[in-house]
Ligand binder design. Structure first.
Ligand code: GAP
Length: 487
């Protein structure tokens, strides 16, 4: 196993051991590519979602939110093109019967080439794949797989079927009598809940183009190659924003959102060299321009967010299928003609980030195994999560040094003062060093210890997670210090 694979495995184990992520239905041996979030995981996930929501709807006066249902009228997916086009090219190994998404199979082979020091060969392979995918050249892709001796991970053979398309949507039945029931789909993206509500939102919130509609929520895809922990799941959560613009301005808004979204990531304090853009050669069936923001995960640079220029495809399609007008009347005056812009179907720039992927990104960038020499020459170590303070599950751990002498009472008072403002954790058990280590492992940015000196001069020891530095501050300053750090 490479160092990076080891690191990824360590992060997965840590996520389970410390209550971040569990395999779904684990007592029944789990369900493939479905995961549950534990006590600290659900806090971290909620904090990421809230941070995104705030940055979209509170910090942009021209973006409002919706919370649309997961079930939608089945025609939605016919209109959006998902019934006919939301499919991936797949290939089966005839010996193992295992099915692979073609791009994932080739990418996994390229990863192996990189590990074996053949980075140039890997790049050539990926470039060739992009070209062939761009042309939907499935015969060429199969040839590429065979020429590069790509083998099945289970059978070890290269006995491949032809490449075929498989739709990724899950379907189910609406109503209790199966015969009469309609087939409906679990939404594969949250975006369509925004498009079908475009006019409801525009009118009720009195929005003027350019404006955006944001939504977070579950999406479902029958991913064939579901692997790499929560990176690719069958049930996951998206945070999407559709930004409606005047036709002809989509190029500049696409650029704007590309920069704005990268800035959002960097403002979390994650180094720039961990990110890169990947411009799409093969565009999704609805896109005019598209790129991914990729993050350097332990398994290499992978997509965490997409920015897509979707034209007026979705609104026009919904207008066509529903026979309801999706026009917007723009009474701003066009300087070129001296007349109002008038009626049009807006163009759309979409920003779409996977909440679970952002969670994984935070875990991967935060996880560190530290070792250092102590003064007596022996070695000490810890596992720490350097989670940005505003996203950390607990912001402050309040730790009375002893369970007696009035120290718990002072600690409880501080707890009562702070807990309505941010998430605090209280603990009396165990030696203080062990309590610090447990908080490091779940990423708590601040610990305060209440000791006998507190009774004399109302000071506490505050310990900073990242530097492990400790200092004494007045107890009345604790709340403000934490609030400033998470603002
Ligand atoms: N509405 C556009 C859309 O859905 P996408 O590139 O298919 O675009 C957007 O998905 C984001 O959703 C991705 O960048 C990724 O973060 C997340 N995502 C997609 N499929 C996923 C899966 N199977 N598991 C986890 N996250 C996924």
């Amino acid at each position: 196993m490479s160092i990076q694979e080891n690191k990824f495995q360590a992060i997965i184990s840590h996520a389970k051991e410390y209550g971040f992520v569990f395999q779904s239905s684990e007592i029944y041996d789990g369900l493939s590519a479905v995961y549950d979030y534990g006590p600290y995981g659900s806090e971290l996930k909620k904090n990421i979602r809230d941070h995104w929501w705030k940055s979209m709807t509170q910090l942009h006066e021209n973006i409002v939110g919706v919370d649309a249902a997961i079930f939608m009228h089945p025609t939605t997916w016919k209109a959006s093109g998902h019934v006919d086009n939301f499919s991936d090219p797949m290939i089966d190994n005839k010996d193992s019967k295992k099915r692979y998404r073609v791009d994932h199979l080739i990418e996994a082979h390229a990863d192996k080439l990189i590990e074996g020091g053949k980075a140039d060969e890997a790049k050539a392979l990926l470039d060739a794949m992009e070209q062939l995918l761009g042309k939907d050249d499935y015969a060429g892709l199969k040839q590429l797989i065979e020429d590069n001796n790509v083998v099945c991970t289970i059978s070890g053979t290269k006995n491949w079927t032809d490449i075929r398309q498989f739709n990724l949507m899950f379907d189910t039945k609406l109503g209790s009598v199966t015969d009469e029931a309609d087939t409906i789909y679990l939404r594969p993206e949250t975006a369509q809940g925004i498009f079908v509500n475009f006019l409801n939102v525009q009118k009720t919130a009195r929005m003027k183009v350019p404006f955006g509609i944001a939504q977070t929520g579950k999406a479902f895809r029958n991913e064939i190659v579901a692997r790499q922990f929560i990176f690719r799941m069958r049930e996951f959560e998206q945070m999407e924003m559709q930004f409606f613009v005047r036709p002809g301005t989509e190029g500049e808004w696409y650029k704007y959102w590309k920069e704005a979204r990268l800035k959002w990531h960097l403002e979390l304090g994650i180094p720039q060299d961990k990110y890169r853009f990947h411009d799409h050669v093969k565009l999704a069936f609805y896109a005019k321009e598209a790129c991914d923001i990729e993050f350097d995960f332990p398994m290499g640079f992978k997509e965490v967010e997409g920015i897509h220029s979707r034209t007026d495809h979705d609104l026009s399609q919904h207008q066509k299928f529903s026979k309801k007008k999706m026009n917007y009347f723009d009474n701003d005056v066009d300087e070129a003609t001296g007349k109002p812009y008038g009626n049009y179907i807006p163009y759309v720039i979409e920003t779409s980030i996977g909440l679970d992927r952002m969670f994984l990104l935070i875990m991967c960038s935060a996880y560190e195994e530290e070792k250092w020499a102590k003064e007596d020459g022996s070695e000490d170590s810890r596992v720490v999560l350097h989670i940005p303070a505003k996203l950390a599950p607990n912001k402050l751990a309040i730790l009375p040094l002893l369970k007696k002498d009035g120290l718990p009472e002072i600690a409880r008072e501080l707890m009562n003062e702070c807990k309505s403002q941010f998430k605090c954790f209280y603990e009396e058990k165990d030696a203080i060093g062990r309590r610090y280590r447990r908080q490091d492992a779940i990423g708590t940015p601040f610990c305060v210890t209440i000791d006998h000196q507190t009774k004399e001069d109302q000071t506490v020891t505050i310990r900073y997670r990242d530097s492990m530095a400790q200092e004494r501050i007045h107890i009345s300053k604790v709340k403000e210090l934490v609030l400033n750090a998470i603002a």
